[in-house]
Design a protein around this ligand. Structure first.
Ligand code: SF4
Ligand code: FES
Length: 373
C-alpha cells in the first residue's frame, strides 16, 4: 500500500528585514529642534539592560538581519556600547554608529574601531560654528565634531556626514558640502528636515520657502557632478513640496525595524504617534515573532490596507503609500493617502500650510529636552 506524501506547507511570512535601528537611549547632550524622537522621551531608568540588548542582537542575526545601526538620542552615553559593537562583529552584522560626536574621545573611538565597528555617521548642524551650536543647543559642539572626524579618518573608518537642512541653515549649504569633503566623508546626506516628533513641533521655525528648496536642489545637483568620485550624495527633499511621497522606511514593515530604548519594537521611529497601534516589547517576545505578527507591523504591511487612490495606483508597490505618520499628523487618519502625494485630497492644504509657515517670521525653537515638551 502506498500513501501519497503529505504536501509540505511552509508559511513563508514576510521576508526578513534588512536592518534594525537600536535606539539605545534617548539621552543626548544636544537638543536639536528637529529631532525625530518622540516628545515623551524615555528616561535612563527605563532603558534596556546590556544582557537584553545582547540577546536582541542574537535574535536579529537569527532573523536574517544584516545591518545594525546604533542610534539614540546619543548612543555613546551607554557605557556598554563596546560590548554591543563587539558582539555585532562576532555575529557578522554590519554595524553603524549614528552619533552627534560630542561625547566620544579619541581612545574610545579607536577602541570601537578595533572591536569591529564598520561605519560612523556624524551629524552636522551647520558649517558655521556659531549657528551650529545654536541649533544643537550645545556650546562647543561643532568643534568637537570636527575633532571626531579626524579620529574617524585615523581609525580608517568610512564616514558619512548627515546634514539636516532647514530654513535656518540652508544659506550655508555650499559651505556644508565643502566641510564634508574637508572632513574626509565618503557620503553626505543632505536631508531636508522631516516633520515628526520635535520637527513637527518646530515646523514653522524650520520650513524653507519653495525658493530656498529650489536653490538647495540646484546646489546639490551641481556639487554631485563636481564631486563625482569624491563624495556620494543622498538628497532628501521636504515632503511638503513634493508631488509624490517617499517610500517611508522602504515601506511599512518591509525592510526595517526600530527598537526604542525601553524595548518597544516599532515599524518606524515615529510610529508611537499613531493611536491604536500595539507595540510588542523585546522583553516579552522574540524579535522574529514580533516581525512576523505584531499588530503594529501587520496594520500597514503590504497594500491591503490602502484606500483609493493608492489602492488602484501603479505606484503602490513603489512608494507603499508614503508615510503613515505623516498621514496621521496632517489628516488625523493614519490610513489616509499621504498628503505629500499630489493625488491625495489633502495635498493642496499641505502645500498651502508650507507656503504660509515658510513666509512668516520664524518662531523661537522649542529645544528637545527630556521632560521639556
Ligand atoms: Fe503613492 Fe498612493 Fe500617491 Fe499612488 S496615490 S503615488 S500609491 S501615495
Ligand atoms: Fe512613520 Fe513614515 S515616519 S511611516
Amino acid at each position: 500500500m502506498s500513501e501519497a506524501m503529505p504536501e509540505v506547507r511552509r508559511d513563508a511570512g514576510p521576508a526578513p528585514p534588512l536592518a534594525v535601528l537600536f535606539e539605545l537611549s534617548h539621552r543626548c547632550p544636544l537638543q536639536c529642534p528637529y529631532c525625530s524622537n518622540p516628545l515623551a522621551l524615555e528616561r535612563a531608568q527605563g532603558e534596556l539592560d546590556t544582557a537584553t540588548w545582547l540577546r536582541v542582537l542574537d535574535e536579529a542575526e537569527d532573523l536574517g538581519i544584516l545591518q545594525v545601526h546604533f542610534s539614540g538620542g546619543e548612543p555613546t552615553v551607554r557605557k556598554d556600547l563596546e560590548d554591543l559593537v563587539a558582539h555585532a562583529a562576532q555575529l557578522g552584522l554590519y554595524s553603524n554608529l549614528i552619533t552627534s560626536g560630542v561625547l566620544i574621545d579619541r581612545d574610545r573611538l579607536l577602541h570601537l574601531a578595533e572591536l569591529g565597528l564598520d561605519h560612523l555617521q556624524l551629524s552636522i548642524q551647520d558649517s558655521d560654528p556659531e549657528n551650529a551650536d545654536r541649533i544643537g543647543g550645545y556650546r562647543g559642539g561643532h568643534a568637537k565634531k570636527l575633532a571626531l572626524a579626524g579620529w574617524v579618518r585615523e581609525a580608517g573608518l568610512p564616514l558619512t556626514v548627515n546634514a539636516p537642512v532647514h530654513r535656518q541653515n540652508l544659506e550655508h549649504l555650499e559651505d556644508t558640502i565643502e566641510l564634508a569633503v574637508a572632513l574626509g566623508a565618503r557620503r553626505l546626506e543632505v536631508a531636508h528636515v522631516q516633520y515628526y516628533g520635535w520637527g513637527l513641533k518646530n515646523r514653522a521655525a524650520l520650513m524653507p520657502t519653495r525658493a530656498q528648496l529650489e536653490r538647495a536642489t540646484e546646489v546639490v545637483e551641481a556639487a554631485r557632478k563636481r564631486l563625482k568620485g569624491v563624495l556620494v550624495f543622498d538628497y532628501v527633499v521636504p515632503d511638503y513640496y513634493a508631488r509624490r511621497p517617499k517610500a517611508c522606511m522602504g515601506g511599512w514593515a518591509r525592510q526595517f525595524l526600530n527598537i526604542a530604548p525601553g524595548g518597544k519594537v516599532l515599524p518606524c521611529h515615529a510610529a508611537e504617534s499613531i493611536p491604536g497601534l500595539e507595540f510588542d516589547n523585546v522583553k516579552d517576545r522574540p524579535l522574529s515573532e514580533i516581525w512576523r505578527s505584531s499588530q503594529a507591523f501587520q496594520r500597514f504591511r503590504g497594500t491591503d490596507w490602502m484606500p483609493e487612490p493608492c489602492r488602484s495606483c501603479e505606484q503602490r508597490e513603489i512608494d507603499w503609500g508614503g508615510c503613515r505618520c505623516q498621514a496621521f499628523a496632517i489628516t488625523g487618519n493614519a490610513a489616509a493617502t499621504d498628503p505629500a502625494c499630489a493625488l491625495s485630497p489633502d495635498h493642496g492644504a499641505l502645500v498651502a500650510l508650507a507656503e504660509a509657515e515658510s513666509h512668516r517670521e520664524a518662531p523661537a525653537f522649542t529645544y528637545r529636552r527630556i521632560g521639556g515638551s
